[in-house]
Structure formats: structure tokens, C-alpha cells
Design a protein around this ligand. Sequence first.
Ligand SMILES: Nc1ncnc2c1ncn2[C@@H]1O[C@H](COP(=O)(O)OP(=O)(O)OP(=O)(O)O)[C@@H](O)[C@H]1O
Ligand SMILES: [Mg+2]
Length: 255
Amino acid sequence: MDIRLEGISHSYGDTEVLRDISLEVTSDQIVCLVGPSGCGKSTLLRFLGGLERPTKGRVLQVGSPPEGCLNPLTYVFQDFALLPWRTVRGNVSLVLEDHGIRGDRAEAIIADVLSRTRLSDFAEALPRQLSGGMKQRVAIARALAVNPAVMLLDEPLSALDAQTRELLMDDLVSLWTRAPFTAVYVTHNLAEAVRLGHKIAVLSRRPGQIREVVSIDMPLSERSHGNPELEAVQSHLWNLMREEAKAADEELLDV
Ligand SMILES: Nc1ncnc2c1ncn2[C@@H]1O[C@H](COP(=O)(O)OP(=O)(O)OP(=O)(O)O)[C@@H](O)[C@H]1O
Ligand SMILES: [Mg+2]
């Protein structure tokens, strides 16, 4: 399933947040959204997920969700949003229970997603026993369990330290390489964007407008650290973002 954003504009009261955003999210690709604080990235993700409606424009779903899809649009948040009293298995099984899936079918799905996120040995652990990186892997496993058409990730690595972020990026690359999925991935971090994005949409400061959409053809599995081609794209992105970020920062300090 593809998602097409057509002419999305939005205001909260007098505050214009997004202006005329059009973007295509293609099946089996990761689209990264980057832009300064407050430019409307999370708001755009809420429109994509159907949690809110924009003042103007529309979000079209083109094609059908994959087979076995329980929830076409599924979020992964920065703060993991796990239930602390449920084990790893319990957190994943909850979303299946919500869709009436129990017993052997649930067990098979849980075993599959825990194995894909390297959590099989931690199925009975509670969230408080896990590192931040593992908690986020549980949240990803839970999202994968519903076999979404599009995964919506809002700064999923922002709460993690630098080394853990690197490891999780490796995990996301191998997850995608083994079984491609469609995702919209919001981040402030340009290194994440060039590592994971097939397409990177750069937003201006508020009201967020698309400054440029950069495509990277290199397969995710070949995107190593220090690759000159990726570094060149990252510099280009930073050149686009620098002035926007500076102005956004000074605007926030003015408040
Ligand atoms: N429900 C709301 N009511 C009023 N204003 C809102 C609401 N949600 C967001 N805003 C405002 O809209 C603007 C965009 O917010 P949003 O959270 O989408 O930005 P963002 O790009 O995700 O920022 P960040 O990088 O800090 O996460 C901000 O100025 C925010 O204060
Ligand atoms: Mg946000």
C-alpha cells in the first residue's frame, strides 16, 4: 500500500503549522522526515495515521494492505510506550488480543517477531529489566506483530545513547533487508536519515514546507559508516537545514 499526501496545510488556531505538503510514501520504502523542532513533523505523522485531520488537503491510501495486516498504520514512539507490568511477550500479545488473535496463531506471530528483533531469549522479561535499546526493540516487535501496511516512527531512537542508536539502526537495516516494510520515519538526526531513508523529505521551519525531497538509491545494507556518497548527501541536507534550524531555535528562545 502506498500513501499519498496531497496539499496538506494545517493551522492550530492562529498558528500555521504546515503549508502545502505533498509527498508520496511508496510501498517497501522508508521515507524520512527531517526538519527543525516545531516544524510540524509529528503533526504530519498524526495525519498519516488518521489520528487527526488537516485543515486542508488529503491523505490517500493507494492499494490494499498486506495479507494478514491487522492494523494498517502503526506507530512506534520515542518513549517506547510499553506496559510496565507485562512481559515482553505480554506487550506483544496484547495487540494481538485486541484483534481477537490467541492460541497457536498468536504464539507463531510472537515467536516470529521476537526472533526478528533478537528478543526470543527475553520473552519473559519485564520492561524494567531491559535496556533502552531492547525496550525499543519490543516496541518494534509489537508494531511488526500487526503486519502494518505502513509503520510510523516518531524519533524512535532519540531517547537512546549514541552506541545504542547505532546498534538499533543496524537492526532496522537487517529487519528491512530480510523483509522490506513501508515506513515513515521522523528524525532530527541526519545520520539516521541517510542510513535508513530511501527518500528524505526536508521540511522548513514552521510553517513546515517541503524544501527538497532527496532520494538515495544505495541499498540499505551497503550504507556503511564514512561512505563518501552518504556523507555528501548528509552535508547537502545540513546545508538545507542549517538556516532553518538556526531560525527555529531563535524563534523558540523568543517565546
Ligand atoms: N494539539 C495542538 N494544539 C496546538 N498546537 C499544537 C498542537 N500540536 C502541535 N502544536 C504546535 O504545532 C507545531 C508543530 O508541532 P509538532 O509537534 O508537529 O512539531 P515537530 O516538528 O514534531 O517538533 P519536534 O521536533 O520538537 O518534535 C508546534 O508549534 C506545536 O506547538
Ligand atoms: Mg515531534
